[in-house]
Design a protein around this ligand. Structure first.
Ligand code: TNX
Length: 772
């Protein structure tokens, strides 16, 4: 046994100290995703024009190919050729070895000594990933596309033993809502590969455009790839504003092949998605005979869910079989994604062909008809030698036997699918939707809604606790989705994806016990520096100031940032904070009156992000404990009930993160005061914006309790009253000392026939409960 082996064994036995080491060393070893095991060593290896490359002779040429891109990249920024050595005996050498004992294909070992680097891999992808780690250990100038002569190309010594937790680590991009050029798609794939993600889910078709050339159906692209107008602003904004410029674009089959090959060289599998039976407006605009009514239709310029879906007649199935035959030939992926989400059933209900289909097949409702559709497509996809993936709606009405489910409406669909023995990819919107806001600043550019700061992405564990150990094997992994309704161009899209994608990478790669947000937060700025050099317009929301109302001997505002080595400067007089404004040290008393707090985060004397700004409606509920409960059946719930007592009124549109939103059965909101409090007025502030399905409750009963268990009514307010008062329900009463107040909320529920959007489920949006 030689010295190095002994040293390695000794080193590996220190891994119990791993997480401590990771945190203290994160700065010097800024690898994202963090390796399963990394032991820092003293000193560094220096790359120079004499450094040689050696492949053990048991490695076939595919390993050398996996090294090719790194070598090219290295030559660009360092000028070094990395000539091949004839023996592995010398110094200043990178040695690649085959290690068939590694358990996982994507695993690798990396030993960086002062004299040499050794990489062990079982497959070319393992080698490729070892190189991505080396890349992140190299100075950031490595990312330059021009020579950097002044850089010393040091790689800090270490021992790494690495493998992923999940086999599926995906990033999605919707190129239908806004077209993305081939060049931009390739740039996206580069970023996927650098972070050891292995799947690109390419959402190629939707209501707003069809983007892939299909030879047999040319109108899909001559008609379906273009639209005459595009909605500006949020889909919930009225009156609507349009950009009437005709826009569009599509990929020829040659371009698709080129992108697939580009991805293959970076060990990224591309899963194409062809949406069905819903989100099909662009198809029926091109071939109206595939719809129930026969059209005509325009390619859609609004966002949302649309009624004119594929009809279930035989022509549709032969059309889709032809389409998927061409698609399958272009993509080597073992899967084809067939969508399956958000398919309204209104046309099917009135369509003779669909009703006949239901009779013939003994289907009891339209959900079963959707299930029939998906199952029938599964047999088509099987015939093409592939398997289907679908959004979690494919569980409704019975899931196709071999389908893999992408759980997006929370984790429930994933849990149910795994329990039924189906493979699952977790992509819940509350943790994995990159179209959500990443800070709660009112100045964030328009997004679809929701609130998903990077630490929330990071915290997600695809092995959800609701699953029994025996079902965990069905959780293949995780994916984040980039829906582009509100991302018209590359600049905007990059801001939404980067750097949250780094958190995604760690969720997919790193085991739960090794995940450590503090360590991640130290490594992240190094990656941002790489993004700077690569010209990626990443978001700095990581540095944003976050305010939380707390109640500690009176209402106070706690300010924080998740970024390390950052200080906060603030003002309370409405003036704009600067570097000379007071440094925030402890929660700020908010007092009795209205007050404006503005704050900035500062690192190395630089303001890091847009200023935080919030006006407070100080009141007795501020920062008190608030609980929302509902009898059963949550359709969706967003942003947490804490929003209800944060003394901040919600911004517009209501999709901004400062609203608490909910759809489902009736519920109660209970506020518990820290101590007995004298009150005489309660204001419930909701939104009543019916054109976007947002309705104030049907009624609210207000109750108070002195002992915390027996409640007495103090008033009730009806929907009509709230509607007349812009969503506000106010009750006043003679002063009472209370421990708790309770609001019994009867939800507006299903929208009646007499109103627009009839028979849809309404949602409740509440920004604040004010108690005086
Ligand atoms: C729902 S996620 C959709 C998409 C939208 C997205 C916006 C899914 C399967 N369907 O069509 O773009 O929400 O967040």
């Amino acid at each position: 046994m030689n010295f190095i082996t002994i040293k390695t064994i000794l080193l590996f036995s220190f891994f119990s100290l791993f997480s401590v080491i990771v945190r203290t060393q994160s700065n010097e070893y800024p690898i994202i995703p963090v390796p399963a095991e990394l032991v820092p060593q003293k000193g560094s290896f220096t790359l120079n024009d004499k450094t040689q490359l050696y492949f053990q002779n048991t490695m076939d040429s595919s390993f050398e190919e996996a090294f090719y891109l790194f070598r090219e990249h290295l030559k660009r920024s360092t000028g070094f050729d990395l000539p091949k050595a004839n023996t592995n005996s010398g110094q200043n050498i990178i040695i690649c070895k085959l290690n068939t004992n590694l358990e996982k294909d994507e695993a690798y070992k990396l030993l960086v000594l002062r004299s040499k680097i050794e990489i062990e891999a079982k497959t070319p992808i393992g080698l490729f990933y070892a190189l991505q780690s080396i890349r992140q250990l190299l100075p950031t100038e490595f990312e330059q596309t021009t020579l950097s002569t002044s850089t010393k190309w040091n790689i800090p010594c270490c021992v790494i033993n690495d493998a992923p937790t999940f086999v599926y680590r995906g990033l999605h991009m919707d190129v239908s809502r806004h077209f993305v050029s081939v060049e931009e798609v390739k740039k996206y794939i580069d970023q996927i590969a650098m972070l050891k993600l292995n799947t690109f889910h390419w959402h190629l078709t939707d209501d707003q455009a069809w983007r892939i050339e299909i030879k047999k159906y040319p109108k899909l692209t001559t008609v379906g790839a273009y639209r005459n107008r595009t909605l500006q602003g949020h889909n919930n904004d009225y009156p609507r504003v349009w950009d009437n410029t005709r826009t569009g674009g599509f990929y020829t089959q040659e371009e698709i092949k080129d992108v697939v090959d580009y991805a293959r060289k970076r060990f990224v599998t591309i899963i194409p998605e062809i949406e069905m039976p819903g989100h099909a407006t662009a198809v029926v605009a091109s071939y109206p005979e595939l719809s129930c009514s026969g059209g005509p239709f325009d390619v859609e310029g609004r966002w949302g869910v649309f009624n004119d879906v594929f009809c279930t007649k035989d022509e549709t199935f032969s059309f889709l079989e032809d389409v998927l035959t061409e698609v399958a030939a272009l993509f080597p992926s073992p899967y084809i994604h067939i969508g399956g989400d958000e398919c309204p059933k209104v046309r099917w209900k009135r369509c003779h062909a669909c009703q006949q289909r239901m009779k013939d097949e003994g289907l009891k409702d339209e959900h079963q008809l959707q299930s029939y559709f998906v199952k029938r497509m599964e047999t088509v996809v099987h015939k093409l030698g592939k398997r289907i993936i679908g959004w979690d709606e494919i569980l409704e009405g019975g899931i196709a036997p071999d389908a893999t489910v992408m759980s997006w409406r929370g984790i429930a669909g994933g849990i149910s699918a795994a329990k039924q023995g189906h493979d699952v990819i977790m992509t819940p919107s509350e943790a994995m939707y990159f179209d959500f806001y990443q800070s709660s600043l009112h100045t964030e550019p328009l997004a679809i809604g929701g609130y998903l700061p990077i630490e929330r992405v990071y915290a997600f564990n695809p092995y959800v606790k609701e699953l029994e150990p025996k079902d965990l094997k069905h959780i293949l992994g995780v994916q984040a989705n980039t829906w582009t309704e509100y991302m018209p161009d590359a600049q905007h899209r990059e801001m939404m994806v980067f750097p949250r994608v780094a958190a995604l990478a760690e969720v997919g790669w790193t085991s739960e016990k090794n995940k450590d947000f503090d360590s991640f937060a130290i490594r992240l700025p190094k990656l941002m520096k790489r993004y700077d050099i690569m010209g990626i317009n990443y978001s700095r929301a990581f540095y944003s100031v976050v305010g939380t109302a707390i109640n500690e001997g009176g209402l106070k505002l706690k300010l924080s940032t998740i970024a390390p080595e950052t200080s906060i400067h603030y003002t309370t007089d409405g003036s704009d904070p600067t570097l000379s404004s007071p440094i925030y040290r402890e929660p700020i008393p908010v007092g009795e009156k209205e007050m404006v707090v503005k704050a900035i985060s500062v690192k190395n004397n630089k303001v890091m992000y847009m200023p935080y700004e919030r006006s407070f409606i100080a009141n007795k509920a501020g920062g008190q404990k608030v609980v929302f409960e509902n009898t059963d059946g949550v359709r969706f719930e967003q942003n947490g009930s804490g929003n209800l007592t944060d003394c901040t009124m919600g911004g517009r549109p209501v999709s901004r993160p400062d609203w608490f939103s909910y759809a489902g059965a009736d519920g109660t909101i209970t506020i518990e005061f820290e101590k007995l409090t004298s009150i005489s007025k309660i204001t419930f502030s909701s939104a009543n914006q019916n054109n976007v399905l947002v309705y104030s409750p049907k009624s609210i009963n207000f109750l108070v309790s002195e002992d915390g268990t027996t409640f007495f009514p103090v008033g009730a307010v009806w929907h009509q009253q709230m509607a007349a008062a812009k969503g506000k329900a106010i009750v006043s009463f003679t002063p009472k000392k209370v421990k708790k107040i309770k609001l019994e909320i009867a939800m507006y529920g299903i929208i009646p026939n007499t109103e627009p959007n009839s028979r849809e489920m309404s949602a409740l949006f509440v920004d604040e409960i004010i108690v005086e």
